[in-house]
Design a protein around this ligand. Structure first.
Ligand SMILES: O=C(O)C1=C[C@@H](OP(=O)(O)O)[C@@H](O)[C@H](O)C1
Ligand SMILES: C=C(OP(=O)(O)O)C(=O)O
Length: 438
């Protein structure tokens, strides 16, 4: 049970300096999953030492994988091979992490043992039918709660899964990844078509481990014939964590921040595109490729942002960045309209409602809609007390709002910042944000 943590931000200030934010959460999860199933010893650097990634790590330890670390972002995984996992002795508790639960449900559906996946209150209220329904078409047997939520009771169906073709009704990297991981244990081909591009770290990392996944247009294909060979993985900084400072340095006057070694995989850079459409001053420097993933340093300086209609094709490419983009919109001149983002309602919190409620408390004209938000920006952001509802990204977004507020902002229920970005307070204050916690 996490303790209660409250953040308080004093108004104003600017952000200046150079930092490296922690490792990418999506890649950290996948490095543990694939490293565990590989033959040989995989070394990971840049691993995210935060609660969500640790939930995945502990789950694999509980299934008999020897994993050393993380120490200074280094993890060593003694892979057990594709068929080497052992039955866990008790339910696997996955905390707050949707990625752990949805990817593991695919990976575990074809094992020779049963297991149970549980999580915290937020995770156990999130929709799981999106993975259990297509997995059932493959022959998996997963018992959910009546409304399709976790705990998930997974009956191991080793040797009995069948490949399917699945047209995903929603653009979800978690659903795609779940099915590709199940496809590693299914007879014949498993193919997944996505309605819009979503993050492709699973496909890239599988290929990095030597496991063939092919891609044609919007369809990814896998079968059970491959094997994973241990490798080295350098996890870049998480653009979703960098996003708080991309927005912070854009909205706070006299700011100049450089974020080093950030992953800029094109399936993740919607936040840069959206901010640039709003008039942000972001330079992408020293572009390079590290372990099959593009990386760069990002320099961001203050800018006068303007409201925009956010193009819908950018929504899946910035899906976790909308809470802080709403703060950017509140500081932008004119109206910002987001549509096509109903997925935000089923994240760690209902991110449309929770952000609209908090922005309204701070005096911002923010109107939630069924699939997005309309924000009339450029007015002032006032002092106030807002709730994060235990959602890490909400807590950090309202902290950033303090840079343009005209009074202190108090944010309740912030312990879950530790799920993705435990260093947030230290790095933010190092750059100049007047943030305290108690
Ligand atoms: O695959 C992943 O690592 C993730 C996919 C996204 O979820 P959806 O697949 O539900 O869009 C994202 O919101 C989540 O933080 C991480
Ligand atoms: C939605 C998120 O993560 P998850 O789905 O893994 O809980 C997030 O980190 O914003």
């Amino acid at each position: 049970m996490s303790q209660t943590i409250t953040f308080q931000v004093q108004p104003g200030g600017s952000l200046r300096g150079e930092i490296r934010v922690p490792g990418d959460k999506s890649m950290s999860h996948r490095s543990i999953m694939l490293g565990s199933l590989a033959e040989g010893v995989t070394h990971v650097t840049g691993f995210l030492n935060a609660e969500d990634a640790i939930s995945t790590l502990e789950a694999f330890r509980a299934m008999g994988v020897e994993i050393e670390g993380p120490v200074n972002g280094e993890v060593t995984i003694h892979g057990v091979g594709k068929h080497g996992l052992k039955a866990p002795e008790k339910p696997l508790y996955l905390g707050n992490s949707g990625t752990s639960m949805r990817l593991l449900s695919g990976l575990l559906a074809g094992q020779p043992f049963d297991c149970v996946l549980t999580g915290d209150k937020s995770l156990e209220s999130r929709p799981m039918k999106r993975v259990t329904a297509p997995l059932a078409l493959m022959g998996a047997e997963i018992i959910t709660q009546e409304n399709g939520t976790a705990p998930l009771h997974i009956k191991g169906k080793a040797g009995k899964l069948q490949g399917i073709h699945y047209d995903m009704p929603i653009a979800s990297a978690q659903v795609k990844s779940c099915l590709l991981l199940a496809g590693m244990y299914a007879e014949g081909e498993t193919s997944v078509t996505e309605p819009a591009p979503t993050r492709d770290h699973t496909e890239r990392m599988l290929n990095g481990f030597g496991y063939p996944v092919t891609r044609q247009d919007s369809t990814a294909r896998i079968n059970n014939q491959g094997k994973l060979t241990a490798t080295q993985i350098d996890v870049p900084s998480d653009i979703s964590s960098a996003a708080f400072f991309l927005v912070g340095a854009s909205i706070a006057p006299d700011s100049d921040v450089t974020l080093r070694h950030v992953g800029i995989n094109p399936t993740r850079t919607g936040v840069i595109d959206i901010l640039c459409l709003m008039g942000a001053n972001i330079e992408v420097l020293n572009e390079r490729e590290v372990g099959g993933e593009p990386v760069a340093d990002l320099r961001v300086r203050s800018a006068n942002l303007k409201g925009i209609n956010i193009p819908e094709h950018l929504v899946p490419l910035a899906i976790d960045e909308f809470p802080v983009l709403f703060v950017a919109a509140a500081c932008a001149d004119g109206q910002t309209v987001l549509t096509g983002a109903e997925e935000l309602r089923v994240k760690e919190s209902d991110r449309i409602q929770v952000m609209a409620d908090g922005l309204q408390i701070l005096g911002v004209d923010a109107q939630p809609t069924k699939d997005g938000m309309v924000i009339n920006g450029g007015g002032h952001i006032g002092a106030g007390e807002v709730e994060s509802h235990g959602d890490h990204r909400i807590a950090m977004s309202f902290s950033i709002a303090g840079l343009r507020a005209d009074g202190p902002i108090t944010i309740r229920d912030c312990a879950n910042v530790n799920t993705s970005f435990p260093e947030f307070r230290d790095l933010a204050t190092h750059l100049g944000l007047a943030l305290t916690s108690f």
